[in-house]
Design a protein around this ligand. Structure first.
Ligand SMILES: Cc1ncc(C[n+]2csc(CCOP(=O)(O)OP(=O)(O)O)c2C)c(N)n1
Ligand SMILES: [Mg+2]
Length: 337
């Protein structure tokens, strides 16, 4: 949770300095994201909504790759084809997320149903925000998941806002969790700033899905402390009083004091941990800043076995311009690929 917070802080600064293009922070949502994802087993899958990059880290995405995906440089395993901040990590079963709200919901349900057909014991955790509950994908996904008793868990992180639309204006239902009954599954409302509660509720839902009892809708109620993204100014649509009230419920402060009370975290340990995390992150930022950009020829790779004529012509024309502007690197002009 602390690592995610430190990373967000650095990434936002890099975006403001024009070093990375786009950041959607998770500040305030660290318990909802990390503690819920901690309940998954390695064979399980996590279908991300918008802000679960911290969960990918927790499940094994190396820090170097996380930062490379922010820079979309030559170390980016998505080859710069995703917008930065749109993480993916194949080894930990974390498919690339899509900006198109709600699309991952029926995709995750389909993958869960396929797993059931294969007799696999994996569970698919499908994450989305309060805003996504108004998407077509939410309704069709939950409908079929309920009907087929697909081994999945729906994790709705209600962070209070869908850009400038407050959760209260998203639905006339009494709660997002209440929607579950229409699809023949149970729904639970959870304090999303309580790490232990997030872990416990998600764990119970995952265990039930794995045991063949079908899906659950888990709603983690929390608050997005910063803007929707680095392109947003939340002061235009919400009050500082509201933000201040949620700052007092900070999930990291809460978990740290629980750990201190139990003796698991000793005085000074948190500060030392934070300093170590910043050192690690800063060193990796320097390494990724120095990495070259993705080779231009990767633009036409990986779709066709042989680059077809129309792409070849476009690429050659493009390379001419890139070379003229000095953007091409050694090897970019080499054709055939
Ligand atoms: C289908 C679709 N409609 C609208 C948008 C524009 N849009 C991007 S993010 C967003 C709000 C998402 O809110 P929520 O689901 O609560 O997630 P959060 O950003 O709060 O994590 C909207 C409307 C989009 N990307 N896709
Ligand atoms: Mg939201």
């Amino acid at each position: 949770m602390l690592r995610l917070r430190c990373l967000d802080e650095r990434m936002l600064k890099l975006q403001r300095a024009g070093r990375v293009g786009f950041v959607g922070t998770a500040r305030g949502l660290e318990a909802a994201i990390c503690a819920s994802a901690a309940a998954l087993e390695p064979q399980d899958w996590l279908w991300s909504g918008l802000r679960e990059g911290g969960a990918a880290l927790l499940r094994g995405l190396p820090l170097a790759e996380y930062i490379a995906q922010m820079y979309c440089n030559s170390n980016d395993t998505a080859k710069g084809r995703q917008m930065c901040n749109h993480f993916q990590h194949k080894a930990s079963h974390y498919p690339s997320w899509s900006s198109v709200i709600g699309t991952q919901i029926p995709q995750g349900v389909g993958a869960a149903w396929a797993a059931k057909q294969r007799g696999s014991k994996e569970v698919h955790a499908i994450y989305f925000g309060d805003g996504a509950t108004s998407s077509n994908g939410f309704h069709s996904g939950l409908n079929f998941a309920g009907l087929w008793r697909a081994p999945c868990v729906f994790v709705c992180i209600d962070n209070g806002w869908a850009i400038s639309v407050p959760s209260a204006a998203q639905t006339a239902a009494k709660s997002f969790a209440a929607k579950a009954s229409a699809y023949g599954m149970s729904g639970v409302d959870v304090d999303g700033n309580d790490a232990v509660a997030c872990y416990g509720a998600t764990r119970a839902a995952i265990d039930a899905a794995r045991a063949g009892k079908g899906p659950t809708l888990v709603v983690l109620k929390s608050y997005r402390m910063l803007g929707h993204s680095s392109s947003d100014d939340p002061s235009k649509y919400r009050s500082q009083d509201e933000v201040d009230a949620w700052a007092r419920k900070d999930p990291i402060e809460r978990f740290a004091s629980q750990l201190e009370r139990s003796g698991a975290l000793k005085t000074g340990e948190r500060a030392a941990l934070e300093a170590r995390l910043f050192d690690e992150i800063d060193a990796e930022i320097h390494r990724q800043e120095a990495a070259p950009p993705m080779a231009l020829r990767t633009l036409v790779e990986d779709v066709y076995a042989e680059v077809p004529r129309h792409l070849r012509l476009q690429y050659n024309a493009f390379i001419e311009v890139a070379q003229r502007l000095g953007h091409a690197q050694k090897g970019d002009g080499a054709f055939p690929l």
